[in-house]
Every structure is written in C-alpha cells, then in structure tokens.
Design a protein around this ligand. Structure first.
Ligand code: NAD
Length: 444
C-alpha cells in the first residue's frame, strides 16, 4: 500500500519504519528540516532500541523515504497518517494546532481520494475538526475530491516501540464507514492474530479509548505511590504489600510498582487533557485530579528524603544521579522525574553530577539547559566520585546489578536513595550502605 506518515517523532518514525518493513511504500514527512536531513544521511534523531536498523534497511531498500514536502508524499500515497505532537496547552487541553495544521495541508495538496488516519492522541471530536479543516481547504479550491477520516490511536511504549508496533496487543480503529474499515483491515492484516487484536468501533469511542488507557495506567501508578506513602508512615514495606496484592489475579503484578513519579510525553498531558475534556462537557473529574496531584507530590519524595538526611541547606553537597530519561531504553526526558529531583536539590545549594546512557543530550540542550549546577559524566561509576550520596532515578538495565564495592569506594558517604526500589535492602545493609527507598518506613 502507498502511505504517508506526517510527523517523524517517536510514533511517526516507528510507524513508518514498521509499515515499510511489511512491504508498503512509505513516505515519512516532517517540517523539521534538520531531522529529515539527518534521516536521509542515515542518522536517527531519537534513541529507540532496534529503530536504526529497521529504518536503515528499509531506507536502503527504497521502501521508506523522507521529505519535508507533504505534497510530494501525498501525491504518492492513498493513506495518510497524522502522527504529530499534541502537547499540553496552557489550560491542560491537548493543543491541536499541529494536527489541524496537517489537516489544512492535506486539504490544500491532496489530488485524489485519501484515507486520513489520526494516530496522534486527540480528544473526542478531533476527527470532526480534521474533517472540517480538510473540507474547508477543498472548498476553497473548488475541489470535489472525497476523503475519509479514521481514528487509529497508537499504544506503543517508548523503549519497546518496535515490538509493540510489530506485535500489537490491540489495534483500535474508529470509523463510521465500511469501506474505510475494509482498507484498515487490509493495512493491518499482517499484524492481526486470529482476528483477536483488531477492534473496530465508532470514532468517538476510539478517541476516548486512548485517553482511558493512559488514565488507567497513570491511576495505577499514583494509587500505588499513595499506598507507598501510607506504608512509609505506618511502618509497612510497600515491596511486600505489592507482592501480596499482585498475587490476586483480579489485581495482577503489572504497573503496581511504586516510584518517584511518572513522566513522559503521554501520561501527564493525557490525564490533563481528559480532565479538560470532561470539564468542557460539564463533568468535573475527581479521581483524575487526584492522580495528577499524587504524581506531582511523588516527584518531591526523593528530594524530601535527601533533605531529611542532609538538612534543608545542601550547600557544599554533591549528589550523583543515575538516570535522567523518564524511563529506561529511551532518551525522552519530557516531564521526567529527574528534572524535578535535580532542580529541587540544586535550588537548595547542592551540586549534581548526572549520568544517563542515552538522555544526556536531551538534558543538556533542553530540559536542564538552564541549570548550571549539573555536571554530566560518562559512566555510572565516574559520576559517583566525591558525591555525598547516589540517587537512582531511572532503572536502566546497567543499574540493576552494579558493583557495590566500586560504588562504596567512590562515594564520600555510602548513602543510596533509590527512586525505583531496585536493590535489596538487607544486602545493602550488610555491605554497609544507608539505603532509602520509596514506601519503606525505616532506613536499613
Ligand atoms: P514527537 O514530538 O516525538 O514528534 C512529533 C513530530 O511532528 C516532530 O518531529 C515535529 O517536527 C513534527 N511535526 C509537527 N508539525 C508538523 C507538520 N505540520 N508537518 C509535519 N511534521 C510536523 O511526538 P510523538 O512522541 O511521536 O507523539 C506524536 C503523537 O502520538 C502525540 O499525540 C502523542 O501523544 C502520541 N503518542 C505518543 C507516544 C509516545 O510514546 N511518544 C505513544 C502513543 C501515542
């Protein structure tokens, strides 16, 4: 099939690469010239495991092409995915400026029937807005071309995006049109297993499904973080409580790990957007507001523990940070807990040394660029030298089983704050460490 994917970020580039790998001819379009030039030169602008090989193989085979010119891609496509960003607007709503900008361009340049597929995460009612925008542009040029707008939200997870895309748990298609449904079925046929993982529904329900999934996951995290805060105060160990409740099949073990707060490009903005959509439709959310409130406070739990241990004035203290990305296996730092933790420490006078296997550039040029009290190091051990304590923020694999003798040798004090409860408290105590975790009442 002939496909254009507009927006070459985490979702667009992965989608484009996976669809071309299945044998389709795909144009990836982006307004960011630097990004497109880099891709044409074989450089992948983001870190995602397996993406480089997938992109390069299909680029070399000529089935995956890159352009900044949407008209070039549309002329050679029957299907156009919209996969641009929908960042949080000032009032919490999803900013549809980029999505509608693409709809406008499609209306201006399409020269035959198009299936327009909304892959960006957008509030209920957006497909109608996209339809109206495309039609407005067609009307302006007196065109009688026809098109269909379909909702096909994306559920990939950064860090495992390729396998999520190639073996999806579910493909949600929102359409009001049998013909569009047929085309989508044909497009996704290679990824459908026994008709089980493709779900057709109306457009509003498809749009709502994506927000509901993210809100549910964010709720599980905040719920468990709230429980961890109670555990700490009552003298319980959240790690044991987690095992105790996860063994109930109705609850299960997934997504009930306590931590230092969720981040990323999706959960924070999607929960906010759902709160705003509800408000626009006259309903005041209660659970969702609490999910966000708990998460905001959770990002301050590690700084609070540091202050309890070292005092409010952290002048002269240095902290070694393990991990900056909002989660492992990505360089994405949008809304990462590390940003809050680092800024809270440096505003109290501390210096921070940071190491992340992939996200250093994002931190330097974007998310911590104004914080002059951060020094970046090139390994998990060098970052520890002369630090007063180590703080684990992102659970990269290389942090899971470190050499604690090396850690102890380098730190000024054998103190570890663990924002992801990765280590064994008794074993660290035996090795002479002070170990602070989330949701455990006493230091060991
Ligand atoms: P991103 O910020 O990584 O990429 C968006 C890209 O769109 C950028 O490269 C930008 O230059 C480009 N763009 C903006 N306007 C454009 C235009 N008019 N024409 C062409 N390109 C344009 O965003 P992302 O993380 O890939 O997210 C895209 C959408 O998918 C969002 O709605 C997001 O909520 C949703 N989503 C993201 C994830 C994720 O894990 N990142 C998962 C599921 C869904």
């Amino acid at each position: 099939m002939k496909i254009a994917v507009v927006g070459t970020g985490y979702v667009g580039l992965v989608t484009g690469a996976c669809l071309s790998d299945l044998g389709n001819n795909v144009w990836c379009v982006d307004v960011n010239e630097e990004k497109i030039n880099a891709l044409k030169n074989g450089e992948i602008p983001i870190y995602e495991p397996g993406l480089e090989d997938l992109v390069m193989n299909n680029f070399r085979a000529g089935t995956l092409k890159f352009t900044t010119k949407i008209h070039q891609a549309l002329a050679d496509s029957d299907i156009c995915f919209i996969a641009v960003g929908t960042p949080m607007g000032e009032d919490g709503s999803a900013d549809l400026h980029y999505v509608l900008g693409v709809a406008e361009s499609i209306g201006q340049y399409m020269d035959h029937h198009m299936y327009i597929i909304d892959k960006s995460t957008v509030p209920v009612g957006t497909a109608q807005k996209v339809r109206a925008k495309v039609q407005e542009e067609l009307d302006k040029r007196g065109s009688s071309l026809t098109f269909d707008v379909i909702s096909n939200p994306e559920f990939l997870k950064e860090g495992t995006a390729i396998s999520d895309c190639q073996r999806p748990d579910r493909i949600v298609i929102g359409t009001d049109n049998d013909n569009a449904a047929k085309v989508m079925k044909e497009l996704y046929l290679p990824l459908v297993r026994n008709n089980e993982n493709i779900i057709f529904m109306d457009i509003a329900s498809a749009e709502m499904t994506k927000y509901t999934a993210n809100a549910m996951l964010a709720t599980k995290i905040s719920f468990m973080n709230e429980i961890s805060n109670i555990c700490e105060r009552v003298g319980a160990d959240v790690n044991k409580v987690r095992l105790g409740i996860g063994s109930d099949k109705r609850i299960g073990y997934s997504f009930i790990y306590p931590g230092c707060g969720y981040g990323g490009s999706c959960f924070p903005k999607d929960v906010q957007a759902l709160i705003k959509t509800s408000k626009d439709f006259g309903y005041t959310t209660k659970i969702l507001n609490a999910v966000e409130e708990v998460n905001f406070e959770q990002k301050h739990v590690i700084p609070r523990k540091v202050v309890e241990r070292f005092g409010e004035d952290l002048t002269g203290k240095t902290f070694a940070i393990w991990g900056l990305a909002f989660k492992p296996d990505t360089d994405d730092m949008r809304q990462a807990a590390a940003i809050t933790i680092i800024n809270e420490l440096t505003k109290r006078g501390a210096k921070v040394k940071a190491y992340d296997p992939k996200a250093e550039k994002e931190a330097r040029v974007c998310y911590l660029k104004d914080n002059k009290n951060v020094e970046y190091c090139d390994s998990k051990y060098t970052v520890l030298v002369d630090a007063d304590a180590m703080i684990l923020v992102t659970e990269w694999k290389e942090f899971r089983q470190p050499d604690f003798i090396e850690i102890k040798k380098r730190l000024k004090n054998p103190v570890i704050f663990d924002g992801r409860n990765q280590f064994d408290a008794h074993s660290l105590s035996d090795k002479g460490f002070e170990y602070y975790q989330i949701g455990v009442s006493s230091k060991l």
